[in-house]
Write a new protein. Structure first.
Length: 264
């Protein structure tokens, strides 16, 4: 499929709360826009004519003019602005990656949102946002804890990195209050998670990951979460040992408590 990509548009924007939970403070925002145009590149290739394709220079200018120097109380407001800035007749599929690399303390790679608008099934739809969904991943939550079965692992804490994939395919609500400051719940959840993990003492990453999923779904109301746990010091000759699980809230309905932590 023919595709146009604008990679890593960098801005300092007010988007929700900053890492210190302060509203109205600019923070780094990185956008990557991926578009599958309504028509292929064939005509432009045959005639070597930019007017016959999706002009990425004009696309950049539209996006830049729309978001530069703006303030957004929440990331969904930014998504709505981006969706309206790009001509919906110009594409079949639009994907915008919105990365806030310094949005949360103790999160090394920040928040990664993805806006997706698929018009392939209803190209004549007038309201583009009706086809818009979004997802969120929290990348590399940094924790230091006792974990592992080896004697030396029971004596010293080691660094873990946790990724949480949340809100898969959430519908972007065009009637959302774009003035309501968001993200406080994410700050609270990550702070609680770090505190809980760093006070734990598990033998396996599987048990730890399941306990993390319990906190995210049961205590913080997310319906489903994919938890990735990376243990970079487990084996000296490889980059990291990694496990990943996906759990829904219903998995914990029989009151299994994975936070009954053994002492070191």
């Amino acid at each position: 499929m023919d595709t146009v990509i604008l990679r890593e548009l960098r801005y300092d924007l007010v988007v929700g709360l900053d890492a210190w939970q302060r509203p109205g403070k600019p923070q780094p925002v990185v956008l990557t826009i991926t578009i599958q145009p309504s028509s292929s590149f064939e005509a432009a290739a045959l005639q070597d004519d930019v007017s016959l394709t999706l002009d990425y220079g004009k696309l950049y200018k539209k996006v830049d003019a729309r978001v530069k120097d703006r303030q957004y109380a929440n990331v969904q407001a930014l998504m709505l602005d981006l969706a309206s800035a790009i001509d919906s007749n110009s594409y079949r599929l639009l994907s915008v990656d919105i990365v806030l690399p310094k949005a949360l303390l103790r999160v090394r790679d920040g928040l990664a949102y993805r806006l997706r608008i698929d018009r392939s099934s209803s190209p004549s739809a007038t309201n583009t946002v009706d086809a818009a969904t979004w997802s969120l991943t929290i990348n590399k939550i940094t924790c230091v804890c006792i974990v592992g079965v080896n004697p030396h692992e029971r004596q010293h804490k080691q660094t873990l990195f946790l990724d949480l994939a949340l809100s898969a395919n959430q519908v972007l609500d065009p009637s959302i209050d774009v003035t309501a400051v968001s993200d406080a719940e994410l700050h609270d959840m990550v702070a609680k998670l770090v505190d809980r993990v760093e006070g734990s003492s598990y033998l396996t990453l599987e048990a730890l990951a399941t306990a993390v999923a319990q906190l995210v779904t049961v205590e913080h109301g997310h319906s489903t979460v994919s938890v990735t746990v990376e243990k970079p010091n487990a084996i000296a000759t490889i980059g990291a040992s990694v496990i990943q699980i996906t759990r829904s809230r219903s998995f914990f309905e029989d009151n299994k408590d994975f936070w009954k932590v053994k002492q070191a």
